[in-house]
Design a binder for this molecule. Structure first.
Ligand code: ARG
Length: 433
């Protein structure tokens, strides 16, 4: 019967199919093992390479591949090839500019005993200033609590101190004098040529914002900037992104009206953009310009103070913005320097769903009115958000971005200068030593 003939045939066929299936399964199994092996090798290699390159438990020397132990940081001996481990070892902290020295990766407040002007000059140098104004001493108990705990004094025995951290003695928990050191390196944040009469509208008077500069790219105003030392201008990274050829920029200082043919222009020597700046998120939106010739301060041209480490500027505080930017969205830029006073907005408020919905990073600070109406606009970028602190002006923000201009629930966003401090100091110190 055809059936009996067909049956074994079918049977044989299914045996054959089974064999094939087995072989295919085996093959797949082998493939799986092989690919996971390859994956493992890549993973191990990747992790190994990552560990090798990421200096685990150590600190990288600048952008090189060299790593040194965290304890080698600010220990007074140069371990990195380019001495990066001995940079950024001094800072000014809190409301009263208390001097702190980093020793082996830890920040310590400097007691007043054995302090001298000579040490003051060294400290200012390490902060990136070629000058020094004064040191003064205040009682340990009058400063912020978190600055009171880790103390140090400077043992000044060498004829010439090169770096403060190398003269810093052992850590202690009280100052013999009961006093700590505060430091001033630059006369900044004052307006010696500004006679405050009633300001007509929002057009600025000469000398009202003497730290404000206009940055021209190929003879055209592009952005604002702020004078932080006689040789350095702080601006926004997005102003120079893709335009970092220093020779095409000029800096105009001490003016309120835009000049037709840039008479008082200063050449730019170098532009440093924050390495983590990303065009998409506009995070780390800061850049520095180094001038070829230093500025002369005369009341119409003056530096603004940088805030200190750990200083807080709280919501509702009134500060000033200024610039030659457009007076409405898609408008023309202004011929005269304009200014406005606006309140700071907390990141919590600014990140609300109806405002910027989580776009505000720790490196940003919002300021303006949620009801709209007053704001910075195109062309104001890079310029100052400045706050007056008992008649000293401090740079709190760098004009960065916003959705439209002066729109409801879309206040201005500024790069947060207290976050950028160590980066700024590092760039300047690196150049000045
Ligand atoms: N990105 C602008 C500039 O390049 C500044 C925008 C500020 N916008 C604002 N709404 N606050 O000039």
């Amino acid at each position: 019967m055809p059936v009996t003939k067909v049956q074994p045939f079918v049977h044989a066929d299914s045996e054959l199919v089974k064999g094939w299936k087995n072989r295919i399964i085996l093959h797949r199994f082998q493939l799986l093992i092989a690919s996971s092996l390859i994956l493992m090798i890549f993973l191990v290699l990747g992790i190994g390479l990552g560990v090798g390159l990421s200096c685990v438990g150590k600190v990288r020397c600048g952008s090189s591949s060299q790593c040194v132990s965290a304890m080698a940081q600010c220990d007074g001996t140069m371990d990195c090839e380019n001495h990066e481990d001995e940079l950024g070892c001094v800072r000014l902290s809190g409301r009263s500019s208390v001097l702190q020295v980093q020793k082996r990766g830890e920040w310590r407040t400097v007691c007043s005993e054995e302090w001298s002007n000579q040490l003051g000059i060294s400290a200012c140098k390490q902060l990136g200033y070629s000058r020094y104004v004064e040191s003064s001493f205040i009682s340990l108990t009058s400063i912020e609590q978190d600055l009171q705990t880790n103390l140090i004094s400077i043992n000044y025995s060498q004829a010439e101190v090169i770096k403060l951290q190398s003269a810093a003695t052992f850590s202690k928990n009280h100052c013999n004098s009961g006093m700590v050191t505060t430091l001033r390196c630059i006369e900044c944040g004052s307006r010696p040529q500004y006679k405050s009469r009633i300001v007509g509208g929002n057009i600025s008077k000469p000398g009202q914002f003497p730290w404000q500069v206009s940055l021209h790219f190929q003879r055209e105003h592009i952005c604002g900037g702020s004078i932080v030392t006689s040789s350095w201008i702080l601006t926004a990274a997005h102003c120079v992104f893709g335009f970092d050829n220093a020779s095409l920029w000029t800096v105009h200082a001490g003016l309120t009206e835009q000049l037709i043919n840039g008479a008082r222009s200063l050449a730019v020597e170098r532009i440093v953009r924050h390495a983590q700046y990303r065009q998409k998120e506009l995070d780390y939106d800061v850049a520095l310009m180094r001038l070829q010739e230093p500025l002369v301060f005369d009341g119409f041209v003056e530096p603004i103070c940088l805030p200190n480490y750990g200083e807080e500027f709280t919501e509702g505080r009134m500060c000033w913005i200024s610039g030659w930017g457009t007076t409405k969205e898609n408008g023309e830029s202004s011929v005269v320097l304009r200014s406005a006073t606006i309140p700071l907005i907390s990141t919590k408020t600014c990140n609300q769903a109806d405002v910027y919905k989580g776009l505000i990073s720790p490196w940003m600070i919002c300021a303006g009115y949620l009801e709209g109406g007053i704001d910075a606009c195109q062309g104001d970028s890079g310029g100052p958000l400045a706050c007056e602190d008992s008649s000293v002006w401090k740079l709190v923000g760098v004009t960065s971005w916003g959705t439209g201009c002066a729109e409801v629930n879309k206040p201005g966003v500024y790069a947060r200068v207290t976050k950028a401090l160590s980066w700024i100091r590092l760039q300047i110190e690196r150049e000045e030593v």
